[in-house]
Design a protein around this ligand. Structure first.
Ligand code: ADP
Length: 852
């Protein structure tokens, strides 16, 4: 409005504004003049009126007083006239008596004349006073009557007229005020009409007809929010730029996030709907008011309220729509991979890409063997039975049909046992590769247990595995026995950890069933090798049936057999087809095969027992894992078994198997009867010769040289973690911290590190190599020669560390052969590269041994 007129010449609003401003000015001048008149003249008149009113009031009171006072005055006058009357009467009577007496006596003369005159005089006076009295009484009576009936009412009437006159005057003054202040008439009215006419010309549409064209500017350049690929560099695990990581670490959080998004979306949608409804109502009401074209002020103001409310609603709806849209987008972003995941178990982070993206990258599969398996199960595909829409009853009978037929499983040669120790005889665990040629044989008996020998038992006293497959060359048939429990199925692997499972599933279509726990809930999981490794959680329906995406069955066995025989994908998304059930490995023992005999030690995860293996009667050592430990710890516990499983050396404690069929999970090892090396040397202090001690050092060096050749870093080599067997043979044990890597960098803290046995570079930088084991080996030799003394005796871990960093090295116990102490010092070289490797150590110790 402050703009010059020429700029806004087209603006009707501006014109109206000008008219209003001008008219309002005149209007206010008029108002001011009238206000002045009001103050000066009208107020003066009002003041005069008030004075007049006061005067009339005074007059009234005076008059009232005057006429009222007349009554007592007359009463007084009457009383006085009466007294005079009485006095004159007495005088008259007296004068009359005297005159009559004198007259009767007949004595004329002067006296008589005087008496006669006195008599006449008193008579005249009496008559006058009589008349006065009569007249006065008349006057008083009249007045008294008039006072009551005429004078007082008359006075009041007069007062009324006077007041009425003044009211008229008052009214006239007020009329004058009205005229002065009335803005609806006269000039005011003219001004008002002019303004109203100008305002009427205002048209929002005309006013802003070119607004957008005039004001449109180029929108700001759009900003792209993109995932910074540099963050991932050469890759951070399975994380993909711009893609959600849906894996076992995130799936729960994503589900929660999804639930919260859905909740927010519901809230926003409800708000959106409610506001839209309200807007519709407003619009309907506006249309109605407009249709009736009412000039009613209330309706007009209602119209503007509605208009304003509708405008606000429209703006809010816009915003809600945006909110809804990005919430939907986020929901979709999370829901899609979760839906795609379906009943699949969330992949481990390192498998995530393959799982979620359906990427057929073969991370752990042999692609050649995949190619060779392309046509497997084709015959079954063509003859498969679709059960999706069948009722449970017909499903069961359809399943029976399927079950009548043998399940064919082909296996390419050379598939067997690549993970088995070299000395282990070939095991027929992968469906029948060892069987002689022959036809398909249906096998319906309970699991047979003929075939696997434990490596420790040298093929003789081994443990049997459960199987329900009869095996022929390259063909295995699964059988279904309703009596058999899931746990007894040969393809059920109990709580075998996922890491272990994926090692077993090597070829396309290989599958097994296992158990896992999530949020304290037991889940049965089908693991399949299909491109990558896929894990499907068996879903339970409300009726207690089991299913994946297809039909549901009363038992998991039937579900798996159906899935196996129909050759349909477990889930559409995965496309995974079950081809070959993978039976339990020879080292997957039944918990019931192990009879605990006595407790012989206590480990980090649980007690250690001497035990007997059912069937073979072999004495073994069994490490148990406390049931209450969290899953993560249980995995760590099994890690030792997984590592030990691969080694076969006389100086390494032998692995026999693991029991994961149920809790508690256990690792079964050869029983080393002498117990721990530390207690052995302590217990035999003074009895062991230098040669025996050197022999123990040699045994350990031999075991460690073997481990180094296998790229295994023990990380916890110490006398307490070695066992002493028959003829004092030392066997390295306790592989709980071991890693199969040339170099292992610890990134998750160094909590339970045996400081006094650990090399400086591992303590300072978390960098582990076999040369760290060499350092520990030096300490272990020191322990042997000192018969189990505590290294750096009397010093705390921190102090010992400081001493080592500043160059201190332990002296050897007395009688330690110099060469052995020199070897220890070599092992304790600060720079790892300066330390000898185990093969060199073995040669050295061997020489020392031979020289003794
Ligand atoms: P953890 O590694 O869980 O701490 P250890 O390997 O130290 O458990 O075993 C604890 C104790 O159990 C050992 O000190 C030893 O006495 C005994 N022990 C462990 N393994 C065997 C075995 N194979 N033969 C005989 N005793 C064993």
């Amino acid at each position: 409005m402050d703009m010059p007129d020429n700029v806004l010449e087209d603006s009707l609003l501006h014109k109206a504004w000008r008219v209003m401003v001008d008219n309002l000015e005149e209007w206010s001048n008029l108002m001011r003049q009238n206000a002045d008149t009001l103050v000066l003249e009208v107020m003066e008149k009002l003041a005069a009126l008030v004075t007049e009113k006061r005067a009339s009031r005074k007059v009234y009171y005076e008059e009232h007083h005057r006429i009222t006072n007349e009554v007592p005055r007359l009463q007084e006058a009457v009383a006085k006239a009466k007294a005079n009357y009485e006095q004159a009467l007495d005088q008259y009577k007296n004068a009359k008596t005297k005159y009559e007496d004198h007259y009767l006596k007949g004595k004329p003369g002067r006296k008589l004349e005087e008496l006669k005159e006195r008599y006449q005089k008193s008579c005249r006076k009496l008559h006058q006073l009589h008349n006065d009295y009569v007249l006065l009484l008349c006057e008083a009576s009249d007045y008294e009557r008039d006072y009551r009936t005429v004078l007082l009412p008359g006075l009041l009437e007069y007062q009324q007229t006077v007041q009425e006159d003044m009211v008229t005057k008052w009214s006239n003054i007020l009329k004058e005020v009205c005229e002065l202040t009335d803005s609806s008439r006269g000039r005011y009215c003219q001004l008002q009409q002019q303004v109203a006419a100008a305002v009427d010309t205002i048209s929002p549409a005309a006013e802003y007809h070119s607004f957008i064209d005039t004001n449109r500017s180029m929108p700001p350049d759009s900003i792209t929010f993109e995932f910074c690929r540099e963050l991932l560099g050469d890759g951070v695990g399975s994380l993909q730029a711009g893609q959600l990581a849906v894996d076992s670490l995130t799936v729960e959080a994503l589900k929660q996030r999804l639930a919260s998004l859905e909740h927010r979306l519901r809230v926003v949608s409800t708000e959106h709907r409610e506001k839209q409804d309200l807007l519709n109502q407003h619009e309907a009401e506006v249309a109605n008011i407009k249709k009736n074209a009412s000039q009613d002020f209330n309706l007009t103001s209602r119209l503007s309220v509605l208009k304003r409310a509708s405008d606000v609603l429209r703006r809010e709806l816009n915003e809600l729509q945006c909110q809804e849209s990005w919430l939907q987008h986020q929901q979709q972003l999370i829901q899609e991979p979760l839906t795609t995941l379906g009943c699949e178990e969330a992949p481990q982070p390192w498998e995530a890409n393959n799982q979620i993206n359906g990427d057929a990258k073969l991370t752990r599969c042999n692609s050649k063997s995949l190619l060779s398996l392309k046509s497997v199960n084709k015959g079954q595909q063509s003859g498969h039975i679709r059960l999706d829409s069948l009722s449970l009853r017909s499903r069961s009978s359809a399943l029976k049909d399927i079950l009548k037929k043998p399940f064919h499983r082909t296996r390419g040669p050379g598939h067997n046992g690549s993970e088995s120790p070299a000395s282990t005889p070939p095991t027929p665990t992968r469906a029948g590769t060892e069987e002689p040629p022959g036809g398909d044989v249906a096998h319906t008996s309970a699991p047979d247990r003929p075939d696997t020998a434990s490596p420790a038992a040298g093929g003789g006293g081994g443990v049997t595995t459960t199987t329900s497959a009869a095996k022929t060359n390259g063909v295995a048939q699964l059988t279904y026995d309703p009596e058999r429990q899931l746990e007894d199925e040969p393809w059920f692997h109990g709580v075998l950890p996922r890491e272990e499972v994926v090692r077993l599933l090597r070829e396309e279509g290989d599958y097994l069933v296992r158990e896992s726990t999530r949020n304290d809930e037991r889940q049965v999981v089908l693991s399949v090798s299909w491109g990558s490794h896929k894990h499907f959680i068996v879903q339970t329906t409300t009726e207690g049936l089991y299913r994946f995406e297809g039909p549901a069955f009363p038992t998991i066995q039937e579900l798996i057999l159906y899935q196996n025989s129909c050759a349909l994908p477990v889930t559409n998304k995965s496309g995974a087809i079950l081809r070959a059930p993978i039976f339990r490995e020879h080292w997957e023992l039944n918990n019931d095969d192990v009879q605990l005999v006595e407790k012989i030690g206590r480990g980090n995860f649980g007690d250690v027992y001497k035990a007997r293996l059912a069937g073979s009667g072999l004495d073994v050592a069994v490490k148990t894992c406390r049931v209450t430990l969290p899953d993560e710890q249980k995995k760590k516990f099994l890690q030792e078994g997984r590592i030990l499983k691969q080694y076969d050396h006389p100086n390494i404690v032998k692995f026999i198997g693991i029991c994961v069929q149920k809790q508690p999970i256990m690792i079964v090892m050869e029983l080393v009867p002498g117990g721990s090396l530390l207690s052995y040397v302590r217990g035999n202090k003074g009895k062991l010769t230098d040669k025996q001690k050197t022999s123990m050092c040699r045994d350990t060096a031999a075991g460690m040289a073997y481990l180094e050749s296998k790229n295994c870093i023990h990380r916890d080599l110490a006398a307490r973690n070695c066992l002493v067997g028959e003829r004092n043979i030392v066997k390295i044990s306790d592989f709980g911290m071991s890693r199969e890597e040339e170099e292992y960098i610890v990134s998750d803290g160094m909590k339970q590190i045996p400081i006094k046995w650990t090399a400086p570079e591992a303590l300072n930088f978390g960098k582990y190599t076999s040369l760290c084991d060499v350092w520990s080996y030096g300490v272990l030799c020191w322990e042997i020669f000192s018969c189990g003394e505590v290294p750096y005796q009397g010093y705390t871990n921190t102090k010992a560390r400081e001493m080592i960093d500043s160059g201190y090295r332990m002296t050897a116990a007395s009688n330690t052969p110099k060469t052995m102490h020199q070897l220890m010092l070599d092992c304790w070289q600060y720079e790892p590269e300066a330390r000898p490797h185990f093969d060199a150590i073995l040669t050295k110790v061997d020489n020392v041994y031979n020289s003794l």
